[in-house]
Design a protein around this ligand. Structure first.
Ligand SMILES: NC(=O)c1ccc[n+]([C@@H]2O[C@H](COP(=O)([O-])OP(=O)(O)OC[C@H]3O[C@@H](n4cnc5c(N)ncnc54)[C@H](O)[C@@H]3O)[C@@H](O)[C@H]2O)c1
Length: 320
């Protein structure tokens, strides 16, 4: 038991578990407040699953003391919409939860913590029409504020205690079976709903371009970042891009219609949401991730839709 994955039964976490098993990792430990083996149906007997709350220091201390992991992939936490709906819960799960992971790592000599941050750490005051690792992080969402704080706690633990902390700021992650609401989940839901024969209404304008990454790229990025030689890690917290070029909602609708001719897709923009997204949805310059640890996504928008539909067909039990 060398590896602990918080949030390891969630959307991205489960795929990180899958990659680690493929790489030969023996019995990774998964820690989650709401563990479900649905996404890990075929490998459930190869992992240890522990129910616990990141916001409860005793839970985090116990699991880290018990497993003494070398690496923690820290993906547990609340996403954007639930965080903004319940800031107190997000403060506990995201900010305090990350503090607990870092402090337990210090106490029990964990070497490395890889953390999942977000593009929502950016927001106001972006001067250029592109987001890079040098862009001011001034989030509009409470969720983004908790994640900026986590990134800086990680930098503090790295500087003060020598913890090998690294993080990725993900764009919107696309994949089947996404249930947790997020501000740009339309990037997944349009594909899934149309595949199920349901009509889909975008809550943004057709010209909205949300940077996306396929879930299989997001898990690969986490593991790849963890494997990079320490000397290469200069930026520490990295913005990463996925599919290029970034498709607009209208172009995504066209790709879906081309694969599912019966798809019924409409647009009814929510102007309050649109105003927030217009400030946030910019192209990404991820040259630090590319140069320092060789980041290179495999899925463009066309391939995302293809693989997504194939996943739904091959493994429907994982995503219902
Ligand atoms: N999905 C995206 O588009 C996206 C984008 C940017 C960043 N992220 C980040 O990636 C990480 C994983 O996201 P995901 O999409 O897999 O979401 P998810 O909701 O599928 O997974 C998160 C997991 O964390 C668990 N969790 C929540 N609160 C917890 C707590 N207090 N204690 C223990 N476990 C808890 C949930 O049960 C869930 O299994 C999150 O930290 C998220 O902020 C996701």
């Amino acid at each position: 038991m060398d590896i602990l994955i918080t949030g390891g039964t969630g959307f991205i976490g489960a795929d990180v578990v899958r990659i680690l098993l493929e790489k030969g990792e023996k019995r990774p430990v998964v820690f989650d407040i709401n563990p479900s083996t649905k996404r890990l149906d075929d490998v459930a007997d190869q992992i240890e699953i522990v129910r616990g709350d990141l916001g409860n220091f005793s839970h985090v201390l116990s699991i880290v003391k018990q497993t003494k992991p070398r690496v923690i992939y820290h993906l547990g936490g609340m996403l954007s919409v639930p965080s903004d709906a319940d800031p107190a819960a997000a403060l506990r799960a995201n900010a305090l939860g990350t503090y607990h992971v870092l402090e337990a790592s210090r106490l029990f000599n964990v070497s490395q913590v890889i953390f999942s941050s977000t593009l929502a750490t950016y927001g106001l005051g972006i001067r250029d029409d592109i987001i890079s690792d040098f862009t001011l992080q001034r989030p509009q969402l409470f969720y983004g504020a908790t994640k900026v704080f986590c990134e800086h706690m990680g930098l503090f633990y790295k500087r003060k205690f020598g913890l090998d902390f690294r993080s990725i700021r993900y764009p919107s992650i696309v994949g089947p079976g996404v249930k947790t609401p997020g501000v740009v989940q339309f990037t997944s839901w349009v594909i899934e709903e149309c595949a199920k024969g349901n009509p889909f209404t975008f809550n943004v304008k057709p010209e909205t371009r949300a940077p996306v990454m396929y879930f299989k790229d997001s898990s690969r990025a986490m593991v790849k970042l963890g494997e990079a030689a320490p000397d290469n890690i200069k930026m520490v917290n990295y913005v990463v891009a996925g599919a290029r070029p970034i498709a607009s909602a209208g172009e995504l609708a066209d790709i879906v219609r081309a694969k599912i001719p019966a798809a019924q897709i409409n647009f009814e923009p929510d102007m309050e949401l649109q105003a927030i997204l217009d400030k946030l949805l910019l192209p990404i310059d991820d040259s630090c991730a590319r140069d320092e640890w060789g980041w290179n996504p495999e899925y463009d928008q066309e391939r995302i839709v293809e693989d997504f539909l194939q996943e739904l067909k091959q493994n429907p039990q994982r995503y219902n």
